[in-house]
Design a protein around this ligand. Structure first.
Ligand code: FES
Length: 225
């Protein structure tokens, strides 16, 4: 007589149904495929929303009322600026950095070696022969650095490039910032002393294509980043 026991044909089917029921009622160990998909989708949406919020803040803050404080900074005359940045070619229009004011000071027309008395609440500075640029890159807020090779300001974070007066060069090759660097309101007293009002910030203008009027070409084809 054989040692093997053969089940009737219908019995394995009954067992398989029970096993399936048990599997359905048993909680899944680890993460199910459906949950994994939900988590991935949720993560992607959260990331997108964060990027959108960052972009919105970068575009509009601190142009919302108040800037970063109602503060006036005394910068001094052009001669003071040259003395404080004696290793830099400030007289030929290279931007000089004033960390307390979080600003770059730039002589607009190097042919005129002085700031001109007056007030400029929009921060354009053409009439005063000086512009004060907020140090914050309009993309996501890093600090661009002036480059001695090309006299441009270059952002080390994502490569946005601005001419020495803060005009953003148009095109993806020049980085993702949506506009030029923002500007502070200025006053130049009769004695040629420059003051900044860092509570008054004006948005930088839209980017301009290199070669078009309104942007100063780089002094060299290559930069510092
Ligand atoms: Fe992104 Fe400056 S922060 S390019």
């Amino acid at each position: 007589m054989s040692n093997y026991h053969v089940e009737p044909v219908d019995k394995p089917q009954a067992l398989a149904t029970e096993a399936l029921k048990s599997l359905r009622n048993h909680p899944v160990q680890g993460m199910s495929r459906r949950r994994l998909l939900r988590v991935s989708l949720g993560g992607g949406i959260a990331l997108w929303l964060t990027e959108m919020a960052g972009g919105f803040l970068a575009l509009f803050w601190p142009n919302l009322e108040g800037g970063f404080g109602d503060t006036h900074f005394r910068i001094g005359t052009l001669e003071d600026v040259k003395l404080q940045n004696s290793t830099l070619p400030v007289a030929s229009g290279f931007p000089s950095y004033f960390p307390d004011a979080r600003a770059f000071i730039v002589l607009i027309d190097p042919a005129r070696q002085a700031f001109v008395a007056g007030e400029d609440i929009e921060g354009d500075g053409t009439a005063l022969n000086v512009r004060a640029l907020y140090q914050r890159c309009p993309h996501l807020g890093c600090k661009p650095n002036p480059c001695l090779k090309n006299y441009w300001l270059e952002c080390p974070c994502h490569g946005s490039r601005y001419d020495r007066l803060g005009i953003k060069a148009a095109g993806v090759a020049y980085g993702p910032a949506p506009r030029g660097m923002d500007r502070f309101a200025l006053t130049v007293e009769a004695d040629g002393v420059l003051y900044l009002n860092t509570s008054k910030i004006t948005l930088g203008p839209l980017p301009i294509a290199v070669g078009q009027p309104g942007i100063i070409p780089p002094k060299s084809p290559t930069g510092c980043i």
